[in-house]
Ligand binder design. Structure first.
Ligand code: G3P
Length: 226
């Protein structure tokens, strides 16, 4: 499962990239708005940091297919080939996905709440489809089940699209989809930190250090013990 950061805060991105095995960054208009800076300035800084090879996912704003297509080309022109254009799976969005995919623009179909949206986006040629796990749960449906079923639909229909699950609230949701082998997950920094946060592990590591220092002295390690 690919592992992406769902944020544009460059300080948080640098810190998480430094520690976790990260494959790229996703953004959406709300995330950009929360950060409050000029979108292309922020996104170019991210591109420079992650390099040309890593995935950067950026969403269009237009509601009509023609506008989405023009925006898509502008985004790729500004941010490079390995930029995935996020297009909401609406009626107009599907039209844009179909056209842009034929023109070899990488598409991430987004705002997916149903299996049928997932199927249609894959059939239209999207590289990724992003079901919103937690938002689906909040509607009283089952976000994990939706993501898994979209993954199954692709496999059973020979559709070469990966699920890029989004909108996670906790580690369990991430783990469940990782276990299932879905293609990718994009996760907010706070949830990423929660994946590894465990006071019991910290206590175990501290006990190892304390025991070693009892043997060899304070601040000693395998580098300088005798
Ligand atoms: O891009 C979609 C995803 O970021 C939504 O996440 O946490 O706003 O539900 P959230």
């Amino acid at each position: 499962m690919k592992f992406l950061i769902d944020d544009v805060n460059i300080e948080k991105i640098r810190d998480i990239y430094d520690k976790f095995p990260i494959d790229g960054i996703t953004s959406n208009p709300s995330i950009l708005s929360r950060y409050g800076k000029q979108p292309y300035k922020v996104l170019k800084e991210i591109r420079e940091f992650i390099g040309e090879e890593a995935e950067l996912h950026v969403q269009v704003i237009s509601e009509k297919a023609e506008g989405m297509i023009v925006e898509a080309y502008k985004i790729v022109q500004e941010l490079g080939e390995n930029t995935y254009i996020k297009i909401p799976v609406t009626r107009e969005g599907l039209k844009a996905i179909k056209i842009l995919s034929k023109e070899n623009i990488n598409i991430t179909a987004t705002a997916i709440y149903t299996q049928m949206q997932g199927y249609l986006a894959g059939k239209a040629g999207a590289k990724y489809a992003a079901p919103y796990v937690n938002r689906i749960d909040n509607l009283g449906a089952d976000g994990i089940k939706t993501a898994k079923e979209i993954h199954d639909i692709y496999k059973n229909n020979n559709i070469n699209t990966q699920v890029l699950a989004a909108s996670f609230k906790n580690s369990q949701q991430v783990l469940e989809l990782c276990r299932y082998g879905i293609g990718a997950a994009t996760i907010a920094p706070e949830v990423i930190e929660g994946l590894i946060k465990n006071p019991t592990v910290d206590m175990a590591v501290k006990a190892f250090k304390d025991d070693f220092e009892k043997l060899c002295g304070e601040e000693k390690s395998m580098l300088n013990c005798k």
